[in-house]
Write a protein that binds this ligand. Structure first.
Ligand code: SAM
Length: 291
């Protein structure tokens, strides 16, 4: 299937290989991100803050925010580069970009609805490529990074956050372990297939970035306990809406859903801290340079 994407200049890019992901990020999944956008930004903010610190952003720089979603990171990047800089957020999800565009700002931030692997950004346009969990969904990541790399200045930097393996991420693992006793979960994507954990293996990411022309590739681990919700009920909602559990649970009968909810509540309650339900999360911050 081929989905046409409107470019900022009115042209159309045909993104054959990423069509499944484009459909996914314009379907019910994007509605969940839009509805829970404030909670998601609170959960994920520590990781983008870390990746921004690693990027050492200066005033006046031009930044591309890949898979910018609802735009929180693009606006934060704009605060770093200031009025003389420029931030472009690119994403395939129209509902999420509508939220991004709706955020008030006087700073130079703009958004493009396009497949980052296919969009013509122009050459030598960016000093920094940034992403918070937006680069793991390319069907052909080698080609995608080679393409995006051509939009960078010589000497430009890259800094993105991606998840380490599921086994190191209890915020996703624990709900899956609870749910699998009640419902059939969809098969996990293979290690080379698009998905949240597809950049967990540093050797794979190093290969992708090297073939895309990047050098000085470094992986810095960062761990943080994310607040999944202030209450157990909110944490269940997050667990059901992010990741594979919710969709499968929706297809279960009422009794099964009730039993799953009860077991999930008991498990998540064991992670209660004074400010909410906190589960561990682990990322790589990947940094690199375009020679
Ligand atoms: C896990 S979400 C992260 C969103 C946002 N960066 C954040 O942290 O809130 C992944 C994002 O990548 C976007 N995405 C997936 N494939 C893409 C592609 N080929 N080009 C641009 N964006 C893409 C999705 O639409 C989605 O907004």
């Amino acid at each position: 299937m081929t989905i046409p994407l409107a470019h900022a200049n009115g042209e159309t890019a045909m993104a054959e290989s990423n069509a499944d992901q484009i459909e996914y990020w314009n379907g019910p999944s994007s509605d969940k991100w839009v509805t829970n956008q404030q909670r998601m930004d609170r959960m994920l903010g520590a990781f983008s803050d870390f990746a921004m610190r690693q990027a050492d952003i200066g005033p006046g720089e031009r930044v591309l925010d890949i898979g910018c979603g609802c735009g929180a990171t693009s606006h934060a990047l704009a605060a770093h580069v200031g009025p003389s800089g420029q931030v472009v957020g690119v994403d395939v999800s129209r509902p999420m970009l509508d939220v991004a565009r709706g955020r008030q700002t006087d700073l130079p931030v703009s958004f493009v609805e396009a497949d980052a692997a296919a969009h013509d950004f122009g050459a030598n346009r960016f000093d920094l490529l940034f992403s918070r969990f937006g680069v793991m969904f390319f069907a052909d990541p080698d080609a995608a990074f080679a393409h995006i790399g051509r939009a960078m200045n010589p000497g430009g930097r890259l800094s993105f956050a991606c998840w380490r393996p599921l086994s190191e991420n209890p915020w996703m693992l624990q709900p899956v372990l609870v749910a699998k006793d009640f419902i059939d979960l969809p098969p996990r994507p293979g290690p080379e297939e698009p998905g949240p954990f597809s950049f967990a293996n540093p050797e794979r990411v190093r290969r992708i970035l090297t073939s895309g022309g990047f050098s000085d590739i470094e992986f810095t681990p960062h761990d943080h306990e994310m607040v999944m919700g202030e209450t157990v009920e909110q944490a269940i909602q997050t667990a059901m809406e992010v990741g594979p559990v919710g969709t499968a649970a929706n297809e279960a009968d009422t009794d099964t859903r009730a039993a799953l909810n009860k077991a999930m509540a008991e498990k998540l309650a064991t992670y209660a801290k004074p400010d909410g339900i906190r589960l561990g999360a682990a990322i790589w911050c990947v940094t690199a340079r375009m020679p």
